[in-house]
Design a protein around this ligand. Structure first.
Ligand code: NAP
Length: 240
């Protein structure tokens, strides 16, 4: 049976590749981007039958509310999967002394607070699938959010704001999973690999294609046993 997906940050990079692969598999996808018209690659995928562009600025409450209403009207039967992918890396290389309040707020607002706001707003759409169907949420994290992996390293050049934001997404994932697990949800944090995108840079060893096909396979196969945990794109568990 075909599935209905919602993907945020669909204008480019990993989010765009999610839309490509979901559409190629014949599933329905709501591709959320803050400026869909500005992404030629995304527009090429839109058919308004199974692939829809939804305007969504993750930082705007109004935009999140409007996006949820639009998806609900186009998918009155609800959606199966939410992929919280949108994110920013912030300013590279700023350690805790160099990070301003403004920098921390900017990155945490996008990478953490928006994830919670979007999940809350879109939850009624997923809940429409009912108690008997498994609903799933993938929260895009990063190995840089793993405190266990941060021994003796400075975040591989990423700033403290980014690393904190992803560590916080991990806790948010755990607590969301604890609550929603009782309603037949599977919620997990995902490390996509070091992926060749605007954020990952051209030296990154993992292609968007491999990262996304791995994460989509995880999304499909993960069940109760994986609820509330943290995995890389190949399905290997990552320590918190
Ligand atoms: N690439 C990697 O190696 C890597 C590794 C670990 C984790 N990740 C995570 O994977 C996710 C995707 O990363 P990526 O590499 O694909 O990055 P990217 O190429 O920089 O793309 C980021 C996406 O997020 C969107 N976005 C940012 N702020 C937004 C906002 N306020 N509202 C709506 N959309 C917003 C961007 O939209 P615009 O086009 O409008 O800016 C873009 O679509 C991020 O959460 C990132 O932290 C990436």
């Amino acid at each position: 049976m075909t599935k209905i997906y919602i993907v945020t940050g669909a204008s480019r990079g990993i989010g765009l590749e999610f839309v490509k692969q979901i559409a190629a598999a014949g599933n329905t996808v709501f591709a959320c981007a803050r400026n869909p018209d500005g992404s030629k690659d995304l527009l090429e995928l839109i058919d308004n039958k199974k692939v829809f562009a939804i305007k969504l600025d993750a930082l705007s409450d109004e935009s999140i509310k409007t996006a949820a209403a639009e998806i609900e009207s186009k998918a009155p039967e609800g959606a199966d999967y939410l992929i919280n992918n949108a994110g920013i890396c912030g300013t590279m290389g700023l350690d805790f002394e160099a990070s301003s309040k403004k920098e921390l707020n900017r990155v945490l607002e996008t990478n953490l607070i928006s994830v919670n706001e979007i999940t809350k707003a879109f939850l009624p759409i997923l809940r429409k699938r009912g108690q008997n169907k498994v609903k799933k949420i993938l929260n895009m994290s990063s190995i840089l959010g793993s405190i266990g992996q941060m021994e003796d390293n400075d975040g591989w050049g990423f700033g403290v704001a980014y690393c904190i934001s992803k560590a916080s997404v991990n806790m948010l994932t755990k607590m969301t999973a604890n609550k929603l697990g009782k309603e037949n949800f599977v919620v997990f944090a995902s490390h996509p690999g070091w992926v060749s995108t605007d954020m990952g840079g051209e030296d990154a060893p993992v292609s968007t294609e491999d990262s996304v096909s791995g994460q989509l396979a995880n999304l499909e196969k993960f069940g109760k046993g994986e609820n509330g945990n943290f995995y890389d794109f190949e399905g290997k568990p990552i320590s918190w």
